[in-house]
Design a protein around this ligand. Structure first.
Ligand code: ZN
Length: 580
């Protein structure tokens, strides 16, 4: 599809995080903050938009955590689903629904997908040799077996992939295998087991045509997707486990196995849309408009590691259903690393290094807007970026506080003091006034253009640029000097400043919702909330003037500065591994 396609609504998804641990800032920068910025912008514009997310609650990492902790998988997912839903909410990630793949409804959706693919001849059974622990009397899928990587010799490699060199291999290729279950590190044997495979090669032509139709996707998504499509193999979609969606086949061998998590996880988007329709619209078929109507535009926000699933495998699964739409955009981010002050190097965030910053910890230290500002400013859109404490303080203090916060504050306090808290009259504009007023729609459009193109860093820069231009104007007009000699001139200057403040208020909503909410209260402007049904265009309303005489509330500091000593303390705590 191209821009000429007549889209009437947008379905936005963010990758479902595993309910197996706390979400961290790397996750947020990858798949959640950009999606939320996009959705908030669309809502403000009055477009129909639905934002769906949720927890991914099946899979080996969850059952392994449960085994290690001696609790049930249910206990693990309940704990982390609640924790992550709360972290997202407090960070302002504004889902219309945050669902769960453990819902009963998800069994129904997933089994319907499986059945349709099976009936269409896209799923077949095959005997395969898998590692089996005689001591525990069970198969050892994925991380249940460890060993030495056949490619690089790393001795803690997983059953089917090596975390050290990234190699993927058949389980039999693993060298020196050992069971990886609490109380069992015995040497496993290979045993035959029957599994079901999705016949991806049969979708090759359609997948290639799909990718060819999207030259506008980012290079990383296209590169990864094409390399998969050029080397498609049937993929096993079942596992020897009892934690997952049951296989809907009348086959005794299927009863002891479950559908594998990578198959059911993206179907979670469908399940959660169905649940949203039931809960919010009271209509069990409301979801179909969002998944089957060709005037719906679907956008998947993901991290780079999720490209194969969202640009190849899930589209194939949807093609096999026949009546579903496919994603029109798959904005995939690179990785957010962590700058290590001790070594002077950026390094990958990892649990074993203890260098990750959890969202819950970050929210104990800073307001949500502070975190959102920095993560958008350094968004890893085209290459990896790194969280760096010094950069964090300098960017936030130097850009958001000094440029936007400062301009808003001095404009509003001077208006308050000299014009009785009302937007002053402006009988005549001079050329500088007019240039500043003309910059408002130009800059607002520039932010919108970047957002429409999924360039969130650039959008934020253009927002800050409006603040920069406004400060230059303010300094040139010197209202603090003219107020002693020419009150009418001063009034005109501050009238123009109030117009910029109003535009900043609208334009900051997608990025900084708390600041926008405070500022809109001070300005007395109504910011429409929008949603799945659409609404008035509050984005372009940023360009409409705030009339002379409009009353203003008491100014507040929107973005308090970060203290250098406090940041140094937190950076030390992070280095000690206490930021999770
Ligand atoms: Zn390796």
């Amino acid at each position: 599809m191209t821009d000429s396609a007549p889209f009437e609504r947008t379905l936005v998804t963010s990758a479902l995080p595993y309910a197996n641990g706390h979400i961290h800032l790397g996750h947020i920068a990858g798949a959640y903050l950009p999606a939320d910025i996009y959705v908030r912008y669309k809502r403000l514009k009055g477009e129909k938009v639905l934002y769906v997310g949720g927890s991914d609650e099946y899979g080996v990492p969850i059952t392994l955590t449960a085994l290690k902790e001696g609790v049930s998988p249910r206990e693990v997912i309940d704990r982390y689903h609640a924790a992550n839903a709360d972290a997202f909410r407090r960070l302002g990630i504004s889902y219309d629904i945050y669902g769960r793949t453990s819902w009963d409804l998800h069994v129904d959706t997933t089994q319907a997908f499986f059945r349709k693919l099976h009936d269409g001849g896209y799923v077949h059974a095959e005997e395969m040799e898998l590692w089996y622990s005689e001591q525990s009397d069970r198969y050892l899928p994925d991380r249940y077996v460890k060993g030495t990587c056949p490619k690089c010799g790393y001795t803690d490699a997983n059953g089917d992939e090596c975390e050290s060199c990234g190699a993927q291999y058949a389980p039999q290729a693993l060298v020196e295998p050992r069971a990886n279950i609490p109380g069992d590190d015995s040497r496993p044997i290979l045993r035959k087991s029957r599994h079901w495979f999705l016949d991806l090669p049969r979708f090759a032509d359609r997948l290639r045509a799909y990718l060819d139709g999207h030259p506008e996707w980012r290079d990383n998504a296209r590169g990864i997707a094409y390399s998969w499509v050029n080397d498609l193999r049937a993929r096993c979609i079942t596992r020897d486990t009892d934690w997952g969606v049951p296989i809907p086949l009348d086959d005794p061998e299927a009863a002891a196995k479950r559908i594998y998590v990578w198959f059911d996880a993206p179907i979670g988007y469908v399940t959660n849309t169905r649940q949203w329709g039931i809960d919010v619209c009271g209509d069990a078929s409301a979801w179909e408009l969002w998944w089957k109507d060709p005037t719906t535009r679907m956008v998947h926000f993901i991290g780079k590691d999720n490209v194969p699933f969202h640009a190849v495998i899930f589209p194939a699964m949807l093609m096999g259903q026949e009546d579903y739409i496919l994603a029109d955009q798959v904005p995939a981010n690179e990785y957010l690393n962590v700058f290590n002050r001790a070594t002077g190097q950026a390094e990958k965030g990892s649990k074993s290094r203890g260098n990750m910053i959890s969202v819950r910890w970050a929210l104990e230290q800073f307001p949500a807007d502070v975190i959102r500002y920095y993560l958008c400013a350094i968004a890893p859109e085209s290459k990896d970026s790194a969280f760096d404490w010094d950069d964090f303080m300098h960017r936030y203090n130097g850009e958001l506080c000094d440029v936007v916060g400062n301009f808003v504050h001095r404009s509003l306090t001077m208006t308050m003091k000299n014009f009785d808290g009302r937007v002053p009259e402006a009988p005549v504009f001079d050329a500088e006034d007019q240039a500043m007023l003309d910059a408002i729609p130009a800059q607002v459009d520039a932010v919108a253009e970047a957002l429409e193109g999924f360039r969130f860093r650039q959008a934020l820069e253009r927002f800050i640029d409006l603040g920069r231009k406004a400060n230059v104007y303010f300094d040139a007009k010197q209202p603090w000097v003219t107020r002693k000699t020419d009150l009418e001139r001063t009034g005109t200057t501050l009238h123009v400043c109030c117009q910029v403040v109003k535009a900043l208020c609208h334009a900051m909503i997608p990025f900084l919702p708390d600041g926008a909410s405070t500022l809109s209260r001070i300005l007395g402007v109504d910011l429409p909330q929008g949603g799945p049904d659409g609404g008035p265009d509050g984005w372009n309303a940023a360009k409409a003037p705030l009339p002379a005489g409009s009353p203003l509330g008491t100014p507040e500091v929107l973005f308090p500065k970060l203290d250098r000593d406090r940041i140094a303390e937190l950076a030390e705590a992070h280095l000690r591994g206490e930021a999770f």
